[in-house]
Design a protein around this ligand. Structure first.
Ligand SMILES: NC(=O)c1ccc[n+]([C@@H]2O[C@H](COP(=O)([O-])OP(=O)(O)OC[C@H]3O[C@@H](n4cnc5c(N)ncnc54)[C@H](OP(=O)(O)O)[C@@H]3O)[C@@H](O)[C@H]2O)c1
Length: 349
């Protein structure tokens, strides 16, 4: 065990959406931790839409493994507070092994932390991590749903959407999801307990959504944009609230990074005439201030089964690029993860 395999971005211009040859599998030495660092083995790699934005914007270091949030186990440590065997949240990326700690590049709010085993460790990159915080901040803190409100959530069966909708249910709202395939829509109503779900694949989406929201829309949690936003727009009630969490339908476009501005321009006549309050969400703004608060609220709901959380866990380093492309086009069913090594907390040895 001396070699570390990882995926890096291939040279050359990026396509609009990832293709088979967008990434190359590389091999290097397993890194040795310096002072203030620990070396960890990756157990779960989180695949998230923002990673494509990072690549388009060349945010991550060149020649390094593609960035991703990970759940890992410490192998060697020269880092205070972390010992071999500890399970951690960190950012090994699309790699079997990685360093964390002093001088290791990471997005500034993705601070490594030790995990306890009272909940599934994979949840640290999901419902009890950044995705739970995204849903909590975007729904409870920014949109404040109340009993009787009609709340609409797009990408409703996905990592963020499933949590956001269930949080609105906890506040007594009537919740309508928007998802792709029928199986996802059935999951959203039958398993997650949303009141209704419409498919954006239907040619009659605007009429379907209007029928599912007879009292109009008070809160919209936006994950997608495009034709879904256009179907939502006419249904906003006076003083409605909208959180722009993500605009995944636009991430392959040249102007993808300006998509929030484009959406604001398109919606402006309705926003002004009906007094719709629109908030942009960036989860990093809430990481330091609200992570513990989110855990204290969402953790017990998950433990009690009042918030359900579906994961789509694929196996093996080799499948990462394909799984990533599938997630971006909706071929995931739940929060997309890839498992690279055994999870001892599940008895896998
Ligand atoms: N603001 C923040 O700080 C922040 C943080 C985390 C995530 N986000 C955003 O939250 C959103 C959801 O992220 P996630 O990690 O939970 O991903 P996800 O929802 O688990 O996966 C993406 C889903 O988007 C849907 N989708 C993809 N392309 C679509 C299209 N063209 N039209 C309609 N639906 C499409 C697909 O579901 P269907 O099959 O149901 O269509 C797909 O399963 C993304 O926009 C992401 O960028 C934002």
């Amino acid at each position: 065990m001396t070699m570390n395999r990882f995926w890096a971005l291939a040279e050359g211009p990026l396509p609009a959406w990832p293709q088979e040859d967008t990434f190359v599998l590389k091999e290097g030495e397993i890194p040795t931790p310096g002072p203030g660092q620990a070396m960890t083995r990756t157990i779960y790699v989180s695949l998230d839409p923002y990673q494509w934005y990072y690549k388009q914007q060349r945010i991550e270091p060149v020649d390094a493994p593609c960035h991703a949030r990970t759940v890992s186990q410490v192998v060697r440590s020269r880092m205070d507070g972390f010992a071999p065997g500890d399970f951690v949240f960190n950012t090994n990326g699309w790699a079997e092994y990685g360093l964390m700690g002093k001088d290791v590049w990471r997005p500034n709010y993705m601070v490594p932390r030790k995990l306890d085993e009272s909940s599934r460790i994979s949840h640290a990159v999901g419902v009890l991590g950044m995705l739970g915080l995204t849903a909590y901040a975007g729904m409870d803190l920014l949109a404040s749903p109340k009993a009787g409100d009609t709340v609409v959530v797009s990408a409703a069966s996905g990592g963020v959407g499933q949590i956001a909708g269930q949080l609105a249910k906890q506040r007594g709202a009537r919740v309508v999801g928007i998802a792709g395939r029928d199986t996802k829509c059935r999951f959203v109503t039958d398993e997650l307990g949303f009141d209704a779900c419409v498919s954006h694949l239907s040619p009659t989406l605007p009429a379907d959504l209007a029928a599912a929201c007879p009292a109009g829309i008070d809160v919209y949690f936006e994950n997608v944009g495009g034709k879904i936003f256009e179907a939502v727009l006419p249904l906003f009630n006076a003083a409605a609230r909208m959180t722009i969490c993500g605009l995944i339908a636009h991430y392959g476009e040249e102007a993808g990074r300006d998509s929030r501005a484009m959406l604001m321009k398109l919606g402006e006549p309705v926003f002004s005439s009906r007094g719709v309050r629109v908030k942009n969400l960036s989860v990093g703004d809430f990481a330091a201030s609200h992570h513990e608060e989110m855990l204290a609220y969402v953790g017990p709901l998950v433990a009690a089964g009042k918030i359900k959380y579906r994961e789509d866990i694929r196996q093996g380093l080799e499948v990462i690029p394909a799984a990533f492309a599938q997630m971006l086009r909706g071929d995931n069913f739940g929060k997309m993860l890839v498992q690279l090594s055994l999870d001892p907390t599940l008895g896998q040895v």
